[in-house]
Design a protein around this ligand. Structure first.
Ligand SMILES: [Zn+2]
Length: 559
């Protein structure tokens, strides 16, 4: 089985061709702690700082460089739904890889499980047709087009005419049952890029008129996969209709498929901890988005499912090494501690209660408390290397209550104190950061980042384009305010802290401006032609993911 961790070692070592060095000679190897606070927002932090409510954060700001960090808008998601524009899993993967979503492969909150996706076709045009553009087809002619397709039952078997770049291909007879159809593409029909394929249908029907359901769509045929093979039978292009839904043109309805939360097998680029691990730096990862199933690293990895109580019971591959999960289990907070947390953060101040039993907030609060305890347990074991911990409750609190912080009218039955829900979430995380700073050696470098900010909307809050960047430690300017960081820059800057070369295929840059001049002069950033792309051989795992999909639904991220 090929894994993220194992692959990292060979590709990086090969890429560096023996030129790797793990630290600057004469200096102790660095210890860097990256704290991820989902949804932390510059405006709220500035307000709380002015009230002197964030002592740990203040300490880091005074000792380091701080400012807003530009998020990355997923424009194609924006067209579908503005709430999802700055989507956490996409952004956290960008932070970990230094790459744009097109390269790292995480382009939505949920991704399809291979082979489960399909899309209905049908249109108002006469005759009905569906069109799509195949981005890139490179191989040896002649090519073959292969489709897995069936005709809507009410249409019966029908003839579908195909055209590539305006040239007719042989038409196909599509049955009512799923069938695999192959069509030879005449030579010189395909272009290397941007090929327009049109399917023209002889019949379509509306389910509602067949008495099937209330579905009012025009349905001609359903497509589950489309691929192009070259002369040697090699697949040179393949379209999964859910994964590639942005390539679908007119005449396609919304694709459907069995979806799962983002998993480590979906990543198409190596995270910074795999790169550092392959250079001999120890790493410790706690709760980072999309890290389940856990994979080998040079240290430990507590996956993104470890924080979910229901998953820990019978889950596997929760941690690396695998036996770590058992050691951490006793740290999990219980129901009583959850009630205390809810009361402290003022979630309990409404009648009827603000949160019902199914709400995601409770689970996320328990998860954050658990990840904090895990960090407190494991951080002292690290004398050098990269440690990360991820907290999500500020994002959750902002979704629920940011409008009340900004003066929106309270729900009947809610006490004035619910206006403090958001502030209390920040205060809680500040307290956790304070405790972690207390156990860190003085020489440690600390970075606190968020993936996006939040803005008030009617009924709550949702994602906004600026999060935060804060770094404090050796060589970093103190007391500086810095504008100009982007989520793309975190991974290259982390690598630079370890004097590791920055792969040229990363889209971000080293944030040179945050470093002191003399330090930067003696530590010039190095770049290297390293390929950090990655493809897992594993398929996404379907089981146990309903709970996560429910959470994402509850937050309005998916329908
Ligand atoms: Zn959010």
């Amino acid at each position: 089985m090929r894994t993220l961790g194992a692959l990292a070692v060979c590709c990086v070592v090969a890429g560096l061709a023996g030129g790797c060095r793990s630290s600057i000679s004469g200096e102790p190897p660095p210890l860097v702690v990256l704290i991820g606070v989902d949804g932390a927002t510059p405006e709220v932090i500035d307000d709380l700082r002015s009230q002197r409510k964030l002592p740990a954060f203040e300490r880091l700001v005074r000792a380091g460089t701080y400012g807003p960090m530009r998020s990355l808008a997923a424009r194609r998601l924006l067209e579908e739904d503005t709430r999802r524009r700055y989507a956490s899993p996409i952004l956290w993967t960008t932070i970990a890889t230094g790459k744009v979503p097109e390269k790292h492969g995480i382009r939505d909150f949920v991704l399809p499980i291979q082979g489960t996706a399909s899309v209905w076709m049908g249109s108002e045009e006469d005759p009905p047709r569906a069109a799509l553009t195949l981005p890139e087809v490179v191989g040896r002619e002649p090519f073959t087009l292969r489709l897995r397709i069936h005709s809507y039952r009410a249409n019966g078997e029908q003839t579908v005419r195909l055209a590539m770049n305006g040239k007719e291909l042989p038409s196909i007879s599509v049955p009512v049952r799923w069938a695999e159809m192959s069509v030879l593409i005449p030579e010189n029909t395909l272009r290397p890029v941007q090929n327009d394929l049109t399917l023209t249908f002889s019949r379509q029907a509306v389910p509602a008129e067949q008495g099937d359901s209330s579905d009012r769509r025009l349905l001609a045929c359903e497509l589950s996969s489309l691929s192009i093979l070259d002369a040697g039978g090699q697949v040179v292009y393949s379209l999964d209709p859910v994964d590639e839904r942005f390539s679908l043109g007119r005449g396609f309805h919304l694709p459907q498929g069995k979806l799962t939360e983002v998993q480590s097998v979906h990543w198409r680029a190596l995270p910074v901890w795999s790169l550092l691990g392959s250079l001999g730096h120890p790493v410790g990862i706690t709760g980072y988005w999309g890290t389940w199933p856990a994979y080998p690293v040079n240290g430990f990895l507590v996956s993104s499912r470890m924080g979910m109580r229901d998953h820990r019971q019978d889950g596997d591959r929760l941690t690396w090494p695998p036996e770590l999960a058992e050691r951490l289990e006793p740290l999990a907070p219980g129901q009583q501690e959850l009630e205390e947390l809810l009361a402290r953060l003022h979630y309990a101040d409404c009648d009827p209660p603000l949160l019902d039993d199914k709400t995601a907030v409770k689970k996320i609060l328990l998860q954050d408390e658990f990840y904090f305890r895990i960090a407190r347990e494991l951080l002292p074991s690290m004398e050098r290397g990269l440690f990360t911990v991820y907290f999500r409750s500020v994002d959750l609190a902002s979704h629920v209550a940011l409008h009340w912080r900004h003066g929106a009218e309270l729900r009947p039955g809610c006490a004035e104190t619910v206006r403090e829900i958001v502030d209390q979430a920040y205060l809680q995380i500040d307290a956790w950061i304070g405790e972690l700073l207390g156990i860190l050696p003085e020489r440690a470098t600390v970075m606190v980042v968020s993936d996006h900010g939040e803005q008030p909307i009617s009924g709550g809050g949702h994602h906004a384009p600026y999060g935060i960047f804060l770094a404090s430690g050796r060589g970093i300017r103190s007391g500086e305010i810095f504008h100009g960081a982007s989520v793309l820059d975190v991974a290259p800057t982390l690598l630079h802290l370890f004097a590791a070369p920055i792969p040229l295929d990363m889209d971000g840059k080293v944030l040179a401006q945050i470093f002191e001049g003399p330090w930067l002069a003696s530590h010039p950033p190095q770049y290297a032609d390293i390929d950090t792309s990655f493809t897992s051989d594993e398929e996404a795992q379907a089981e146990g993911n309903e709970e996560i999909l429910e959470q994402l639904k509850a937050l309005g991220y998916i329908q």
